[in-house]
Design a protein around this ligand. Structure first.
Ligand code: HAM
Length: 427
């Protein structure tokens, strides 16, 4: 029998791990700079942590969770998202005592049994942020910082879609209006939406089926259901975002599939992604901490899909590429000299704290021809090739070939590391 990874759960192979680490390192550096603190929670939680927060009738809880009974018949679930576990940890460890405003971030795998397709997996990874007890400018700063993070990762052309659901009363009143509006239109909706009318009527608004898009075109506007306080808060956020020059697109029909949101919600989309075009999403969830048994504290957060970010970076060729030095050798003596050059260069790179994404040194271990080694150098996009043949070894020399300008020169082996350093600094 031939084993395969579980459907929708992918191996991250050595060729790709560099990109993942680059993404994680960059996110961590930016978050550290913002004063966000990392939190790591277990991958398993008691099932009710999710059902009580994401919502008993949501798609995630009804169809997508990996839930099982442990040996003591306790119902446990592989986390489908990070917010609920962090709220659980926040309450359990009385983290409201740590600081009036607590800014947390996390990076890790999540699990949802959805139908796999490009950009949609059953084990996927999120970079997320949760902020508890924020002040009046916390939300605008968090969105501004999110935009900064995305740009620092090399992402361009994304859209921040923004809307507000209002408080619990506003949401309930809007749901009532939607039910009334859809009453005589149910037949025109897709089968999924027919069920959603009863379960979570707001979700009909973001159905991607053409028949439902037609129906909701004339639907009531959520913003018309906001109370004065929620309306004013949303207007202030939009004004603050404009002041801070954060571009956004107010999006009338934007709703979220998780029940805990109140007030601001947003989604970030990118045109390079196709059907699953959301890089990330989030919003306010001011009632969740209290609803799960904690203090009455406001909260705001978001999560980004790492697979989707990587898809875009690959598609738009915006990934950083290491500067590769390839050492090509012919014959046993040349291989020995080559290995010494590799060691000297690596020592130099390490001393300068260059990371793998910045530079790497490669040498073929086998006895292949110079031609095949040059092919490998090209395949690895080498910037510099050091050529050591029998003549070079005899004359204590090496040829340095600049693969960008195609110039090559002969240098003494004693100086080769220094000469490569000089070339590398130029690229
Ligand atoms: P979400 O919209 O369910 O929100 O997921 C956030 C992001 O995770 C999505 O925009 C997408 O990029 C990625 N994602 C979700 N499901 C998959 C999947 N099956 N395969 C690949 N990527 C996926 C949340 O999870 C909320 N906890 C966000 C949040 C944090 N709200 C407040 N704080």
């Amino acid at each position: 029998m031939k084993y395969k990874a579980v459907r929708g759960m992918e191996d991250i192979l050595p060729g790709d791990v560099g990109i993942w680490r680059w993404l994680e390192d960059n996110a961590r550096r930016v978050f550290d700079f913002f004063g966000y603190e990392e939190i790591r929670t277990p991958i398993l939680e008691e099932t009710s942590v999710f059902s009580r927060s994401i919502g008993e009738t949501s798609d995630i809880v009804t169809k997508e969770m990996y839930t099982f009974k442990d040996r003591k018949e306790r119902s446990l679930t592989l986390r489908p998202e990070g917010t609920a576990p962090i709220v659980r940890a926040y309450i359990e460890h009385s983290m409201d005592k740590l600081s009036s405003e607590l800014k947390l971030y996390y990076i890790g795998p999540m699990f949802r049994s959805e139908r796999p397709q490009k950009g949609r997996l059953r084990q996927f990874h999120q970079i997320g942020v949760e902020i508890f007890g924020g002040g009046p400018y916390s939300e605008v700063l968090a969105i501004r910082r999110l935009e900064f993070l995305l740009r620092s990762l090399g992402l361009r052309d994304f859209t921040i879609k923004l809307n507000s659901l209002g408080c619990k009363t506003d949401k309930d009143s809007f749901a009532g209006k939607m039910k009334k509006y859809l009453k005589d239109k149910e037949k025109r909706l897709c089968d999924d939406c027919k069920v959603k009318i009863k379960r979570n009527v707001l979700r009909v608004l973001d159905c991607k089926n053409e028949c439902c898009i037609q129906v909701v075109r004339q639907a009531p506007d959520i913003l018309d259901s906001l109370c004065t306080e929620c309306g004013d808060r949303f207007d202030k956020l939009k004004k603050d975002l404009k002041d801070m020059e954060v571009p956004f697109a107010e999006t009338k029909n934007l709703v979220r599939g998780l029940d805990y949101y109140t007030g601001t919600i947003f989604e970030i989309t990118h045109p390079a992604l196709g059907a699953q075009d959301a890089i990330g999403a989030g919003g306010r969830y001011d009632n969740l901490v209290k609803d799960l048994g904690g203090p009455d504290i406001n909260a705001f957060g978001y999560a980004l899909g790492m697979e989707r970010i990587i898809l875009i970076l690959k598609k738009t060729k915006s990934l950083p590429e290491p500067k590769t030095v390839y050492v090509a050798t012919l014959g046993t003596k040349a291989k020995y000299k080559g290995a010494k050059i590799v060691a000297a260069l690596e020592t130099w790179l390490l001393r300068k704290e260059w990371k793998r994404e910045h530079a790497r040194v490669m040498m073929d271990g086998g006895e292949t021809s110079l031609k095949s080694q040059m092919r490998k150098a090209n395949k690895n996009n080498a910037k510099i090739v050091v050529i050591l043949g029998e003549d070079e070894v005899r004359e204590n020399k090496a040829i340095l070939r600049n693969m960008v300008t195609k110039e090559q020169r002969s240098v003494s082996i004693d100086n080769v590391a220094k000469e490569i350093e000089k070339e590398l600094e130029k690229h």
